[in-house]
Design a protein around this ligand. Structure first.
Ligand SMILES: [Zn+2]
Length: 324
């Protein structure tokens, strides 16, 4: 049970002081890449990703960084290089009720490209532990570790990895019987994560426009919004407004697991826009079991009023004869 003090358990502030003391301590020491950077792994990666950049495999795609540090399913042949400090930190969090963990984000830097033949070694440090935070998942601490990857004495990459360790919030508490029944407030729909990479898309939605990105170097349209062009790598782009016409390219019907604010079964479509890009979207105006591949759909904006307020989302309405 969280929020209650029991004998022997540190008070929350004491706990934070104890967690904080782990900052700067080593989490992984003396790690060695299982394989040297090599052309076959680069080729497989590029094929899986559809990355045809001609710079590869003379250099490795920078985002392959972890391919060279992870041990694979069998682990590193020399055994784990994780330190006791790292295990002690997570044992402390576990004892404090933070028994769940979720990876939240990662940041990488690539000081120089890796080339076939490079042999990487790596160390990691516990960079920071946040004060207690309340999140939708529950209350807990963000832990950031930073891995430094070297070839010889040269730093070739850093990998910052952040997790949230938390005490799960109680879900679906049993409703208490009420003497005078009241209308039950509908569960709030999840909100989109708006960041600097996709803010323009949501500004478009606010004006009832569906905005795509178009690379101003090679003209390729893209969706979802990303900082760079998947075809030529250019960071330069402009917006292009979609016509709103499309067809169902593929779809699934959600039965399980149930999510608050959603009423299964319902259809989720992969919509191919007339402009050629695809987006995942709700499908309206047709029963879930009447959605068909190739069905024409048209953009509309769904207004959601719930406990968190009002929000609008782009969805696609079936325009075929199955529509109701
Ligand atoms: Zn481009």
């Amino acid at each position: 049970m969280t929020g209650e003090r029991t004998a022997g358990k540190p008070a929350p502030d004491d706990l934070y002081e104890r967690l904080k003391a782990f900052e700067g301590r080593t989490a992984v020491q003396g790690g060695e890449g299982r394989d040297p950077v090599n052309e076959p792994m680069i080729r497989h990666w590029c094929e899986a990703m559809g990355d045809t950049n001609p710079a590869y495999p003379d250099i490795a795609p920078p985002t392959m960084l972890q391919a060279w540090t992870m041990g694979g399913l069998a682990g590193h042949p020399a055994g784990s290089t994780r330190t006791r400090a790292y295990d002690e930190l997570f044992a402390l969090l576990d004892d404090a009720g933070c028994t769940s963990i979720v990876a939240t984000d990662c940041e990488q830097e690539y000081p120089r490209p890796l080339r076939p033949g490079d042999r990487v070694r790596f160390d990691a440090v516990i960079e920071s532990v946040s004060p207690r935070k309340n999140t939708a998942l529950g209350s807990g601490h963000f832990v950031t570790t930073r891995m430094d990857i070297h070839v010889g004495d040269e730093l070739v990459g850093t990998h910052r990895f952040r997790v949230l360790t938390y005490a799960p919030a109680h879900r679906n508490p049993k409703p208490k019987p009420k003497a005078h029944p009241e209308p039950v407030a509908e569960a709030a729909r999840p909100r989109p994560v708006v960041n600097r990479d996709n803010a323009g898309f949501w500004e478009g939605v606010a004006e009832h426009r569906l905005l795509l990105q178009r690379c101003t170097d090679c003209g390729t349209l893209r969706f979802p919004w990303l900082p760079g062009c998947g075809r030529c790598g250019s960071p330069e782009w402009e917006t292009a407004e979609a016509s709103g016409r499309g067809t169902v390219f593929s779809h699934v019907v959600m039965h399980h697991p149930p999510f608050p604010a959603f009423d299964p079964p319902y259809a989720v479509g992969l919509i191919e826009l007339a402009e050629g890009v695809r987006m995942v979207s709700g499908i309206t105006g047709v029963p879930y079991d009447k959605v068909r591949i190739g069905m024409p759909v048209e953009l509309e904006f769904l207004r959601v009023d719930d406990a968190k307020g009002t929000m609008e989302l782009p969805v696609f309405r079936a325009t075929a004869e199955e529509a109701v």
